[in-house]
Ligand binder design. Structure first.
Ligand SMILES: [Zn+2]
Length: 187
């Protein structure tokens, strides 16, 4: 698999829950728990790692000295898990489809019905600038992208996240910061 494109079967189906358990483990040093939250983002980060971390840190006021408010990590994880629950059935189905096709000797990645779908579970709304991303909760944004993908809305026509119609080709949305076509930018 080339191009650094992350596919749905990389949504951390097995590793994410283990990282999440460590985030919530109050017997661990808060700094270890924060590392575990960041590890969760390696498996599932709707805006890509930097922008998703920035969103969670600001939305839940994760302090630089994490000892001051370790429970901010729980609040951030709650939001992340809710968004992940939306994409998980799709990730599992996609992984099963890949396995089936591999068994049948078809090793090529199947064409997807929608460009946003091909790496959908990781950077489903990739934001190249870590400081510029949608302000709504992750589940709202992820749900909107999934709905748009299901309806096969043309992502080149308008921003799937904020609806902005003044799109610039191959550039991140000037309103919400999401890049059409995602990190691989196949548009
Ligand atoms: Zn937008």
């Amino acid at each position: 698999m080339g191009g650094g494109r992350r596919l749905c079967d990389h949504a951390g189906v097995t590793s994410f829950p283990a990282h999440a358990r460590r985030v919530r483990d109050e017997t661990l040093d808060p700094r270890r728990r924060r590392v575990s939250l960041r590890n969760c983002l390696h498996d599932f980060a709707p805006y890509g790692f930097p922008a998703t971390w920035h969103h969670l840190a600001t939305a839940h006021r994760i302090p630089r000295r994490i000892e001051a408010d370790p429970s901010s990590l729980d609040r951030a994880l709650d939001e992340l898990e809710t968004a992940r629950a939306l994409v998980l059935p799709r990730a599992v189905a996609f992984a099963a489809q890949r396995r089936r096709q591999k068994r049948e000797g078809r090793r090529r990645v199947p064409a997807t019905s929608h460009p946003w779908d091909s790496w959908g579970c990781h950077a489903i709304a990739y934001c190249p600038d870590p400081d510029k991303h949608p302000v709504e909760p992750l589940p709202v944004v992820v749900g909107r992208v999934l709905d748009a993908g299901a309806e096969e809305i043309d992502p080149a026509g308008r921003c799937l996240v904020c609806g902005d119609e003044d799109r610039r080709p191959l550039r991140a949305c000037r309103i919400c910061g999401v890049l059409p076509g995602g990190r691989a930018n196949p548009l």
